[in-house]
Ligand binder design. Sequence first.
Ligand SMILES: Cc1cc2nc3c(=O)[nH]c(=O)nc-3n(C[C@H](O)[C@H](O)[C@H](O)COP(=O)(O)O)c2cc1C
Length: 171
Amino acid sequence: MDVMEAIRTRRSIRKYLPDPVPDEALATVLEAARLAPTACNNQAIRIVVVKDATQREQLIEACKGQKFVGQAPVVLVGCALEADSYPKQAGWLNTFAIDTTIVFDHVTLAATSLGLGTCWVGAFEEGAVQKVLGIPANWRVVCLMPLGTPAEQPDARPRKTLEELVSEDGW
Ligand SMILES: Cc1cc2nc3c(=O)[nH]c(=O)nc-3n(C[C@H](O)[C@H](O)[C@H](O)COP(=O)(O)O)c2cc1C
């Protein structure tokens, strides 16, 4: 599958089969994450791979009761060391969330290319996720991402038209 096909066919998946993710597929997804760019190449990122059923169950609660998070056989948790990311300066945002987002966009597209589903999960209690997985307080939790074989095939969700999205030579 080429990149544009992965971009076109990726969906947020909220129903998963219980089948385990093959080790080779997981390794490919994590390699895609590893190769993502970060500001100044700081790579102040860590991904916690959660397969343990008890921990996945606890993550449902930490994600405000979103059951599908624990139903996927794997949950990837995106963490960033805010202090080591590219620092705030005039005109710049602190890059820890940007870096992690790019890493996880690689994850979504690599997973799609392998026939796996993902869903970005941004609604969670950071402290609760840190507690379940023993993540140190200075490591920010940016996202959770269930990973598994889709048990649904949602239609494409609506997007703005290019005309609504893009302007040329000025605003
Ligand atoms: C920053 C961010 C946070 C999100 N948080 C959640 C979430 O907590 N729960 C959820 O079910 N979907 C979440 N989503 C998924 C979006 O709802 C989804 O991407 C959007 O509706 C478009 O659907 P699509 O991904 O299938 O194209 C999140 C997406 C983003 C980018």
